[in-house]
Design a protein around this ligand. Sequence first.
Ligand code: UD1
Length: 419
Amino acid sequence: MDRIVVVGSGSPLTGEVRVSGSKNSTLALMAAALLGDGETIIHNAPRVRDVSTMIQILQSLGAQAGWIEGESNSLSIDTRGVNQFEAPYDLVRQMRASFLVLGPLLARYGRARVSEPGGCAIGVRPIDQHLKAFEQLGAELSLDHGYVEAHGKLSGTSFSFDMVTVNGTQNAMMAAVLTPGETIMENCAREPEVMELAAMLKKMGADIRGDGTQHIVIRGVEKLKSVEFQVSGDRIEAGTLIAAGMITKGDVRVTGIDPALLGSTLEKMREAGAIFDIEKDNVRVRIGTPTVGVSVATAPYPGFPTDMQAQLMAVMTLATGSSVIVENVFENRFMHVPEMQRMGADISVKGRSAHVRGVEKLLGAEVMATDLRASASLIVAGLAAEGETTVNRVYHIDRGYERIEEKLQNLGAVIRREG
Ligand code: UD1
């Protein structure tokens, strides 16, 4: 099994690095391709494992889906052959976002059977809000041998999500765009990935208003056409690379990203001592004063992203003073803590709060990746630790980061993958 070895060389990372397209946006856009009548082309899609899983799911439905030859990051999805309406357990269990095909299948073909995603390393992640939305739209739902079965004719309605859910909002949007009448959804997620999905759906002919707010109004149309769409840069990968620059006291320019999407992340890092030069499509990070501890609580967008929590914690392990990091979005998303402790970090966890007391140095160790962002945080910590850090189970990082070791090498990191 692959592992990544990072040698904390003590030298700052320097140079320029380009982020890949947003993994989370791409997954939703791929599901939305099911709503189009022909071939959808998605440019700037990251070549990561989650995208491959979604390709397999679309193929299992009968779509032609895959990378366009000769173009490194463009996907083609042709839905004209779709003749199956079931997403199997074997694929869905690998990635919860597979559940995103339910909305489009139901709206376009009137039926879908999708495996329940099951448990997940970062806590119980129910799908009740997705189901609530489909039910409100008039779908008949049943649970059968671990599968959610949905069918029926949908019609416009009004409802409110009980909590803010990104994929839940996206799934409901994809169902509502082909549903006759007007659908009003309250308490929607405002994440950039929701807006990006709305942008593609609008290009396809959908009538959506209010995306980017908590109140989304959709008027169903009869048919949507397939389009070509460019995914924007991954804000979480950008934040991770900035954290890598910060922890090594480097000077790194991260390009291919709209800095406006990084608002709360940059704000916290600035408070911790980072200096940013912000341009239209890039951010340069440097460190002026020694990094200081900051307190942060994760929250839905525009709050501090849960997907950046572990990487910020890595930076905080070496800050002056202490930090309190509260995880409000997911339960049990502190799996990286015991691994960082193995490297000498001083962290104590009580419920949803982690108290981090900065230490003088981290020591390289053998550690285990437990989820996507946790593995990224261990690489970030390893860059600043003394000696060698071996991150095992790197298939987690391959789910969402494209050529991460190559990108860090180009910034001067000593990092390699071992098979
Ligand atoms: C998406 C992102 C993930 C990110 C998360 C929060 C993708 C593929 N993944 O995940 O990287 O960490 O948003 O920003 O886009 N919940 C329920 N019932 C539901 C749905 C969610 O209780 O039906 C709860 C979850 O358990 C969690 C919270 O709501 O505690 C937020 O989850 P949600 O926003 O749905 O996360 P995802 O969309 O799965």
